[in-house]
Design a protein around this ligand. Structure first.
Ligand SMILES: Cc1ncc(COP(=O)(O)O)c(C=O)c1O
Length: 364
């Protein structure tokens, strides 16, 4: 009997997530010095990690022989204060990706559907397929989620609707008012997931309190991977109703968030200066990339995230040729955008280098 005969068939057909290529990998393949390579492929923070978080994590390392607080009690308390909710409305995960997967555990079966945009953050589709449910993908309109078409795609089988604010890979966002009005139109039964992985980069964060107060099944996800610069640590969380939070808690592993990450996240929350500085640096970096791309006559999409989607030509080919020159970006052919690439905002120097290499590669 083949191994595949005893495997759950949906695992055999499950697409694989393709992450941005690590610097060491590219260095080895291209015969380059890793120190000269820049990675603008995974929407990481070019300024590094909050220094307060780094300090707290070094201290926490010395307690590595102890299991972490399985309930993330302190972190949930602080997150609750930050979001103006109760701690029983917060669920912490091993990255917000884990929170998305927990939603699948709790809600999705092979009889169900989940509605999402296309292109949108690919993990919504991966989670939906992993649980055997149907991914109903609604094309974006001018790179923005089409809320009317998404509402129209909801059926009696729809359990979850995913809306990233802003979206990855486009960087676009629907206005807070339009999203709140849209949620009101959706059947009350449906769980609405608003993915706010990049929310700290926005000038104004959205207030969801009225939506929670209306009793809607709302889940707002956040991450410490982006502005807090803790992508390696894997901490994300959901703000939701107490009822949904209790279900998500039940479906997670006992110690899903490690102690070092918890200590770092707690300290990072205090580091308001860091968030302010990173937001400002990102604003300047987006402007720098936008101007540079325009000068190269490369169309690009106005972004609210820490990355920019650009129509570079054959994305895979341009990405490969940039890699040969020590610059890693993310082609997005897998998102159905073969002529586009997603470029993360780097430091000022990294952005200059990217634009210069892009000019060379494109022969401009
Ligand atoms: C829109 C969006 N949501 C969620 C995530 C996952 O973040 P985490 O590192 O918290 O798993 C990402 C990561 O790139 C993202 O772009």
């Amino acid at each position: 009997m083949n191994l595949s005969d005893i495997v759950d068939p949906k695992i055999l057909s499950q697409p694989v997530y393709e992450p941005g290529r690590p610097i060491d990998d590219v260095a080895r393949e291209m015969g380059l010095d890793p120190a000269g390579i820049i990675k603008l492929a995974s929407n990481e923070n070019p300024l590094g990690t909050s220094p307060l978080a780094l300090e707290a994590m070094s201290r926490a390392l010395c307690e590595s022989h102890l299991y972490p607080d399985g309930g993330c009690v302190h972190l949930r308390e602080q997150l609750a204060i930050r979001h103006g909710v109760e701690p029983d409305q917060i669920v912490v995960g091993n990255g917000s990706n884990e929170v998305l997967e927990l939603l699948g555990h709790v809600f999705l079966t092979p009889d169900d559907e989940a509605v999402m945009g296309n292109p949108a953050f690919i993990v919504y589709k991966l989670v939906t397929l992993l649980f055997g449910a149907r991914a109903v993908e609604v094309p974006l309109k001018d790179h923005v989620h089409d809320l009317t078409a998404m509402a129209a795609a909801v059926t009696d089988r729809t359990k979850i609707v995913f809306l990233p604010c802003p979206n990855n890979p486009t960087g676009t966002i629907n206005s807070a008012d339009s999203v709140r009005a849209w949620i009101e139109q959706l059947p009350e039964r449906v769980v609405v997931v608003i993915d706010e992985a990049y929310a700290e980069y926005l000038e104004n964060e959205t207030d969801w309190s009225r939506v929670f107060a209306s009793g809607r099944r709302l889940v707002v996800t956040r991450t410490f991977s982006k502005i807090y610069g803790m992508a390696a640590l894997r901490v994300g969380y959901a703000v939701t109703t107490p009822e949904i939070a209790a279900l998500l808690q039940r479906s997670r592993q006992p110690f899903n968030v490690n102690a070092i990450a918890q200590a770092g996240a707690l300290a990072a929350l205090e580091d308001e200066a860091w968030v302010r500085d990173c937001r400002e640096a990102n604003r300047l970096g987006l402007a720098q990339l936008g101007e540079g791309l325009t000068a190269l006559e490369i169309p690009w999409v106005e972004s609210c995230g820490n990355f920019i989607l650009a129509e570079v030509g054959n994305g895979a080919d341009v990405g490969h040729r940039l890699q040969q020159r020590g610059v890693i970006i993310r082609p997005v052919g897998g998102y159905g955008l073969p002529n586009w690439a997603r470029i993360s905002v780097g430091s000022e120097q990294e952005n200059i280098r990217l634009l210069a290499e892009l000019r060379t590669v494109l022969g401009k």
